[in-house]
Design a protein around this ligand. Structure first.
Ligand code: ADP
Length: 363
């Protein structure tokens, strides 16, 4: 199977009635504000919804059309794609869309116009490629260890795939690394092939800020839309226990995201915030032409030297954008009206339709 060609997508877009575009997404992750934001900008909305998962969308009434599927990955099935195209749909991707549809199928056989740069999704999903983007951009990242035998201070050990931190752990020696691998395997959270691909990096003792940017390809501008910090189980419950009890029970914390808190960062750090966002956009232009397009997120830790250190990125709507469905302090400063990430995406599409630049933002 060849990759979906941009020309093919532009051909489909050519046949669309531009006065009647539908904004569509998979019903999960950040679909509430993607669809609500689209409605606020005057679009029709459609949701591809797994049977049994329709309640939030009905209760919040964000979708004009429902395309019901037995399971999420069916979004790439031929009949679903035909329905989407018949609605003049532009699909807005998010983390669950990529996870459920599968990168290969998004790249090779999802022939529906999508907002953003389809090719960059692989770069955020594969840790080596993600790292390349950050290194090329000269963004400050945690020090990486090539082998557990080199561990000489506290490290964070991670494994491939978006797994909500399941199986991740902290260690400070090779022995501790081996012990914890065993615990995680016994628990069924890791398999041998995960262990071969363990990613070991410096543990940054700092505060978590996940910074949500929007890169407007139409204006060539990086906007800071909002920030969140993660609420993770079991670590965030674990730290509510007195230290003595933490030591007594031999529990290994995990980092499964269960929700998000809105956050703001010290104003003096905003210079770094814009700087790393600009740098990532520049490196993406070089490595994955045409580069970023729309929402992206830099997950950072700020240490006590006030360095903003980026440990992960996403190149599409990130889950933490759910903290500002009605706007954030930053989007308020910029827009002065409620501006969620979903609404910002819809506004970009609206502007492109009006000014004739849709081919710049659709792949
Ligand atoms: P995933 O995206 O696979 O869920 P992350 O890379 O976001 O996992 O890591 C999960 C959590 O672990 C983060 O939210 C953060 O709290 C913590 N974390 C990640 N990398 C580091 C690091 N280098 N130092 C300290 N904590 C980290």
């Amino acid at each position: 199977m060849g990759k979906v060609k941009k020309n093919e997508i532009l051909g489909i877009l050519d046949g669309y009635d531009k006065e009647n575009i539908t904004i569509a997404t998979l019903g999960s992750h950040t679909s509430l504000h993607i669809l609500k934001g689209a409605k606020e900008e005057g679009f029709r909305t459609a949701i591809v919804c797994e049977k049994g998962r329709e309640i939030p969308y009905q209760r919040f009434d964000v979708a004009d059309e429902y395309i019901m599927v037995d399971k999420f990955p069916d979004i790439v099935n031929g009949d679903v794609q035909e329905k989407l195209k018949s609605m003049n749909a532009i699909v807005v991707p998010h983390g669950s869309f990529v996870a459920y549809a599968g990168l290969d199928r998004v790249e090779d056989d999802f022939v529906v116009p999508m907002f953003g740069n389809r090719d960059i999704l692989r770069w955020e999903a594969e840790r080596d490629l993600e790292r390349k983007l950050l290194v090329e951009g000269d963004v400050r990242i945690p020090y990486k260890y090539n082998d557990p035998s080199e561990i000489d201070r506290a490290v964070m050990v991670k494994f491939p795939g978006a797994r909500g931190g399941r199986g991740y752990f902290v260690a400070s020696s090779n022995e501790e690394f081996n012990e914890k691998i065993k615990i995680m395997k016994d628990r069924g959270w890791l398999e041998d092939k995960d262990v071969e691909n363990a990613h070991i990096e410096e543990y940054v003792a700092g505060c978590n800020y996940c910074i949500h940017y929007f890169y407007s390809a139409l204006n060539d501008e990086v906007e800071v839309m909002g920030m969140d910090s993660r609420y993770e189980s079991s670590i965030d419950g674990f730290v509510r226990m007195p230290a003595k009890d933490q030591l007594d029970i031999s529990m290994s914390p995990s980092y499964v995201v269960t929700g998000n808190h809105p956050a703001v960062i010290r104003e003096s750090l905003l210079t770094q915030v814009f700087d790393i966002g600009d740098k990532l956009v520049e490196s993406a232009k070089k490595l994955v032409s045409p580069g970023m397009n729309g929402p992206f997120c830099m997950q950072t830790l700020v240490n006590d030297d006030l360095e903003v250190i980026c440990f992960e990125i996403s190149a599409r709507s990130d889950g933490g954008t759910n903290t500002f469905m009605g706007g954030s302090p930053y989007s308020h400063i910029k827009y002065g009206e409620p501006m969620s990430m979903g609404r910002r995406v819809a506004r970009e599409i609206k502007t492109a339709i009006k000014e004739g630049g849709l081919e710049k933002i659709i792949t």
